[in-house]
Ligand binder design. Structure first.
Ligand code: NAD
Length: 553
């Protein structure tokens, strides 16, 4: 039975033993589509997260997808082009059920303005990373990544945790909403600025944000007291980051860590310029795009200038993957890239071993299935400190949204081993239903994003998009259930290409084979990508785990 969804009553949370499709694989993908809407930011408009990241092109396309998933046989493959179903072809039972290409625009045309025009004509939509691929699991999807960033900084600069430290950030949206909880889990006093009071309330309602301060003075007092008492605390503040950051700097306050996760990548549908309210911005989105882009960029210039000032005074400042430095540089801030990107600064040694944001969703809708897999994880990887620490924390702090799900940064071999054991638990009835395995697109072999994931690669291969394309083709040959190639839309147009994958553990022998091939090959490619770029960690992984990388010379 689907469960009521108090946040979005029209979009119930899927679950239960009854199938509407002709098999569990099809049913699973249907539930994942329902799930991204149930946890999405604006499901009435099919928007899941990141300002414009959509689950389907429009409601007619959505209906067509639901119909196809419900009626299709196991030996068919549904083709989706930018969120619209375009055909159901006969393949074979080991082929993917769904393959998608979302928002891939030819190089010289891949610009925000061209994207907006194609979108206006109804020819394209942006899938974000995980929205269009039905893999989004709410703010939990990035929470471990955000937590691991904070902990890497804590280890390097603050003696191991963030107790007694002030973190300043902005953006409480679909992904940014993970920040207050991740900060609190790391022990920090974290202040999160968002222009939209609704977003702040939503994060508070679902348990990701503790307090909302009525004004900046109160917010700073609350943070100051928590810092003094070394007490973890998350505080939201409704305001524009382009005003609040410079004001904090003007008062001579230097936070220990500063970042930002507003939708700065999109100057029209994401970032809100200072001096404008949300209604004014909405009014300009169709007819005043040029004006809005200029105003957003001017505000981002002030926003990033304040971040640079904090950096100069000793704060640890980083870009959390929203293109804010790129926008600021285009607005004239020549040294915007003095701010490092989180991937290169903190997480690359993990990615070089293909350790990244792996996740799974209990299609039964039962939280007990996730709890059982948590136990299994602890039993299988008792010496993996990242995992044991994370599962302990996640169990205590991370509330479920939508289908119960868990994220855990696992690497080559580990993902496959876990998924196959879970498949066996589905087969013997220990779990109440099948489990879907997936990962973020921001994963070792899966993404080319030269200002985010692949910035300053050791061999200079930052902008080469062959890797996600090889990944996708390989995953189709490796029997994954859903394979997708995404490129950037809105402000990300021309900035990235990525590959996504989902495999369903339905307890069958076929699923065992799919999980084995798809998950093993996916992380093997991740190791190869970094080995090929000359990363020692990857070469070590090749040797230790017998990764079939062809090393020339
Ligand atoms: P979202 O659109 O759901 O939320 C963005 C939030 O920023 C909104 O709540 C909005 O009100 C707020 N905002 C906009 N302008 C503001 C301003 N000037 N001052 C204060 N608040 C403002 O987006 P999201 O899903 O949370 O993603 C945020 C950004 O992070 C995007 O650019 C996204 O692409 C990026 N992202 C990074 C990662 C990563 O791995 N680091 C992962 C996912 C998304």
């Amino acid at each position: 039975m689907p469960k009521a969804n108090p946040r979005h009553p029209k979009f119930p949370i899927p679950g239960g033993p009854e199938l509407r499709a002709k098999g569990w694989r099809q049913e699973a993908l249907l539930r994942l589509l329902e799930n991204v809407l149930s946890v999405g930011e604006d499901p009435d408009n099919l928007v899941v997260y990141a300002a414009l990241g959509k689950a389907a092109r429009n409601w007619a396309a959505h209906e067509g997808i639901v119909k196809a998933l419900t009626e299709m046989e196991e030996d068919q493959t549904l083709l989706i082009q930018s969120g619209k179903p375009i055909g159901l072809v006969r393949t074979h039972a080991k082929a993917p059920l769904v393959i998608m290409a979302n928002c891939n625009i030819v190089g010289q045309w891949a610009k925000a303005e061209v994207f907006y025009e194609l979108q206006r004509k109804g020819l394209i939509c942006w899938g974000g990373l995980t929205a269009g691929a039905w893999q989004y699991i709410g703010s939990q999807g990035v929470i471990q990544g955000t937590y691991e960033i904070f902990m890497r900084i804590a280890e390097r600069r603050f003696g191991g945790d963030l107790r007694g430290r002030f973190v300043l950030t902005a953006g409480l949206g679909g992904m940014g909403g993970a920040q207050p909880l991740a900060g609190r889990m790391a022990g920090a006093a974290i202040l999160c600025v968002d222009i939209d009071p609704e977003r702040a309330r939503k994060r508070q309602q679902i348990g990701y944000l503790q307090e909302i301060a009525p004004d900046l003075d109160t917010a700073l007092e609350m943070i100051g007291a928590a810092v003094k008492e070394k007490r973890a605390l998350s505080v939201g503040l409704v305001g524009n980051a382009a005003e609040v950051y410079p004001e904090i700097a003007r008062r001579g306050i230097v936070p220990d860590i500063v970042t930002d996760q507003t939708s700065a990548h999109d100057l029209v549908y994401g970032y809100v310029p200072k001096g404008m309210n949300l209604d004014q911005v909405k009014g300009l989105r169709d007819d005043g795009q040029g004006q809005l882009m200029a105003a957003s960029r001017a505000s981002i210039v002030e926003h990033v200038t304040a971040m640079l000032e904090f950096q100069k005074k000793g704060s640890e400042v980083f870009d959390n993957g929203n293109l804010i430095r790129t926008q600021a540089r285009e607005g004239g801030v020549a040294n915007a890239f003095d701010i490092p990107i989180f991937t290169e600064a903190y997480l690359r040694p993990l990615f070089a071993r293909a350790i990244g944001p792996f996740r799974w969703m209990a299609l039964s809708g039962e939280e007990s299935d996730i709890a059982r897999i948590d136990d299994l994880l602890l039993e299988m990887f008792p010496d993996n400190k990242i995992i044991t620490n994370w599962i302990r924390l996640a169990r205590e702090h991370v509330p479920f949204e939508g289908l119960p799900a868990r994220i855990a940064w696992l690497g080559h071999g580990e993902r496959t081993a876990l998924a196959r054991r879970v498949n066996a638990l589905v087969a013997d009835g220990t779990l109440k239903g099948p489990v879907a395995f997936s990962r973020d697109h921001l994963d070792a072999g899966a993404m080319a994003h030269p200002n985010i994931m692949t910035e300053r690669m050791k061999d200079g291969s930052d902008a080469i998009a062959d890797w996600p394309l090889i990944d996708a083709m390989m995953l189709c040959s490796s029997m994954a259930d859903l394979v997708v190639v995404h490129s950037g839309g809105g402000g990300y147009a021309g900035y990235m290409t990525s590959c996504g994958v989902t495999v369903i553990a339905d307890g069958t022998d076929n699923a065992d084979e799919r999980l084995d091939h798809a998950l093993t090959n996916d992380t093997a490619l991740g190791v190869m990508r970094y080995a090929d770029a000359g990363y020692e960690e990857a070469l070590d992984e090749v040797a230790k785990k017998d990764v079939p990388y062809i090393r020339l010379g």
